[in-house]
Design a protein around this ligand. Structure first.
Ligand SMILES: Nc1ncnc2c1ncn2[C@@H]1O[C@H](COP(=O)(O)OP(=O)(O)OP(=O)(O)O)[C@@H](O)[C@H]1O
Length: 672
């Protein structure tokens, strides 16, 4: 009963959605080119081909697969609840059929000859059977509703985990790929939520089908001609539902790019970190105007959808009315001709009504199951794509004492790291960002990478950190190539202080340990490693001013949360790098936000830190680079100069130019 009410409610919502007014007359076929040229790229319409497949035949063909997927998902989420949901629904259907057949007994007794009290008495046993089967059916349906309600959150959890497991392990370049990001958004915002819906609608399909079979079986028993009449009423309803689903899916696909742009713009207008710039650069009218442009387009497309859906619904309803009238006329003719007795005709009317209700539910559930199945299909396709983009060597073997055969281990105390002839092009880029780069670092050295903006320093550091795989060439720690080592093992041996680091919305301690260190017990001493890292980076001074010290939550969006300045955040980011205590420390512009004293101190600390370890330092502050053991100058993805400060100054190349420029600015006293 609950399931029926839910279906009926959803049907009303669905019908209401279809009946929205349409003042503009625009539809999803509107040319994007004329209205939103930036969204006309083929990537936004990459799935157009799929639409052509979505018809009644396609639905019939694909539905079993969708139901099988739903069943498999539910089975993995919880076997007992899945088995209970299916068997309880089947049992409820049996009792529906039984109740309908028992009704014939009631009507036969009531329409027989003889005095009324006697006829009523004769009908009582059948009546008791009808009442009993109705009560049992309701009880079984309620129990099925309960097990189904238990199942849905478990399914949701399963699909969420799969998606996030894939996105956090996928190759980093996947997240630079706009097609991947589009698919991710569709999978996350729509596809993932479709999973429990698919399971729910698959159960509704089962319930509707069982109810329908019960009614059809009863009609077949009563008179074989009645069965095709019932099925006739299904065709218009089915046609209208399938067309409606197809239109909605087409619209969703057409709007996916617009939805993503709107989402990006809404973030820009609501996120705290953009708020100051939005005001200072008077970007408000621009952002609002852009948002409205996309929203207006979306509204036009959706109104067009509502208009076309209304036509389809009206046509479907009219055809269904004609078919139902035909059924009753046929029943009348059968009665008139004496092919069926009155009691059977009475039961047939009940069975037809019950069958039609089940049919409406079934058609609606099939339609919803298919529609949600399309979104769920997007989710599954995305998960497959994302999982395919997890490098095969990404993760260490889950258990066991050592690496699997063929896997190498990075030497803990390496002598040297060699980058040999590394080439790398970002996906979708024409020009390589690195073109045959080679360099060498020995243990205990501070090696600096310098070069103008866009010369490839960050890209190279990411390859050395094992975040990107080079297209050509290799990185070796002694005789072990990074390509032969599980990525998570590389990451555990490298600490990166990134140029664009995250302001983790967590406590100051968690910002340093990033979930690695043991949580301090209340009142217990602070982890000495946290204290040492904070001292080395100057984060200890930041924490000393926080109301709850290391336990202070660093996010103003939460009550009691604190906010830090850019330089204070950077000190925490540096502390995070030191805390990891890895043999290779990569510092990409670690002092960009630091004041002069903190910067000077930090370069000293980095040199201290290098003792026994190795540091790759990327910075534009060339005064700090002069003490590096070796300096590599990158230009347009190639190493053009190499040596220590004195050698490079003597060479008189780009390094000498840049260094002299900075030094002159300081000497003249008017440089900034
Ligand atoms: N995610 C990306 N996708 C495509 N191209 C990228 C990406 N990141 C960087 N690039 C390109 O690669 C080249 C090198 O960029 P990289 O960030 O390595 O330079 P950089 O030397 O670190 O610059 P900066 O001094 O400004 O930090 C640039 O031309 C840049 O446009």
């Amino acid at each position: 009963m609950g399931a029926r009410l839910r279906i009926a409610g959803r049907f009303l919502l669905f019908a209401r959605r279809r009946r929205r007014p349409d003042p503009t007359g625009a539809g999803p076929d509107d040319p994007f080119e004329s209205q939103l040229p930036e969204l006309s790229a083929h990537v936004w319409h990459a799935r157009d081909g799929e639409l052509a497949e979505t018809g009644m035949g396609t639905m019939a063909r694909r539905l079993p697969a969708v139901i099988a997927q739903a069943a498999g998902l539910a089975w993995r989420a919880n076997r007992a609840d899945t088995a209970a949901t299916i068997s309880l629904n089947l049992a409820a259907g049996l009792f529906t059929a039984f109740g309908l057949l028992a009704t014939t007994g009631v009507l036969t007794a009531l329409f027989s000859a003889g005095p009324t009290p006697g006829r009523v008495r004769d009908a009582l046993p059948s009546l008791a059977l009808v009442a009993g089967s109705v009560a049992l059916r309701s009880g079984l349906q309620a129990a099925a509703g309960w097990t189904q309600a238990r199942l849905e959150p478990q399914v949701q959890r399963l699909v969420e985990l799969r998606l996030y497991e894939a996105t956090t392990a996928a190759d980093l370049t996947a997240l630079d790929d706009s097609a991947f990001l589009d698919d991710l958004q569709r999978a996350e915002t729509r596809g993932m939520n479709a999973a429990p819906q698919v399971v729910q609608h698959a159960v509704d399909v089962l319930t509707g089908a069982v109810g329908m079979i019960a009614a059809a079986g009863t009609l077949g028993v009563l008179h074989p001609l009645l069965l095709p009449l019932l099925l006739l009423t299904a065709v218009p309803e089915g046609w209208a539902s399938v067309r409606g689903a197809r239109m909605r899916y087409a619209t969703m696909l057409a709007l996916v790019g617009v939805a993503r742009r709107k989402w990006i713009l809404s973030n820009l207008m609501t996120e705290r970190r953009h708020a100051a710039e939005v005001r200072a650069f008077t970007m408000r009218p621009f952002l609002l105007g852009e948002y409205d442009r996309f929203a207006a387009h979306q509204r036009r497309v959706e109104l067009g959808l509502a208009r076309r859906q209304t036509y389809v619904k009206i046509t479907g309803d009219a055809l269904k009315g004609v078919a139902t009238a035909g059924v009753y006329v046929a029943l009348g003719v059968m009665l008139w001709r004496g092919w069926v007795p009155l009691a059977v005709a009475g039961t047939a009317v009940l069975a037809i009504r019950s069958g039609q209700t089940s049919l409406v539910n079934l058609v609606f559930a099939v339609n919803q199951c298919y529609e949600e199945g399309l979104y769920f299909g997007d989710y599954l396709a995305f998960c497959d794509t994302a999982e395919a983009r997890i490098p095969r060597r990404a993760l260490s073997p889950p258990s066991g004492p050592g690496p699997r055969a063929g896997r190498r281990v990075l030497p803990a105390a390496f002598d040297r790291i060699r980058v040999r002839d590394v080439t790398f092009t970002y996906p979708g880029s024409d020009a390589p960002s690195l073109n045959g780069v080679s360099l060498e670092m020995r243990r205990g050295e501070v090696v600096a990478l310098v070069g103008e903006n866009g010369s490839g320093k960050t890209t190279l550091s990411r390859i050395m950190a094992g975040l990107y795989d080079p297209d050509g060439g290799e990185v070796r720690w002694d005789d072990v190539s990074l390509a032969d080592v599980p990525q998570d093992e590389v990451w555990s041996r490298v600490a990166v202080i990134a140029q664009e680091y995250t302001h983790w919305p967590m406590t100051a301690r968690q910002n340093i340990t990033m979930g690695r260190g043991p949580e301090r017990r209340a009142g217990g001493p602070e982890d000495p490693a946290v204290l040492a890292a904070a001292r080395a980076s100057g984060a200890d001074e930041v924490v000393a001013d926080l109301a709850r010290g290391y336990d202070t939550l660093l996010d103003r969006r939460f009550r009691g949360g604190a906010e830090l300045s850019g330089g204070q955040w950077q000190r925490l980011a540096v502390a995070r790098g030191f805390y990891r205590d890895a043999p290779l420390l990569i510092c990409d512009e670690p002092t960009a936000s630091l004041d002069a004293r903190a910067e000077h101190l930090l370069f000293d600390r980095i040199r201290d830190h290098a003792a026994g370890r190795t540091v790759l330092l990327i910075t534009h502050r060339l005064a700090s680079v002069r003490y590096a053991d070796r300096i590599y100058v990158l230009e347009h993805g190639k190493v053009t100069e190499e040596g220590d400060h004195d050698a490079l100054m003597a060479a008189g190349g780009l390094y000498a130019d840049l260094y002299s420029l900075q030094a002159a600015a300081y000497r003249s006293g008017d440089g900034v």
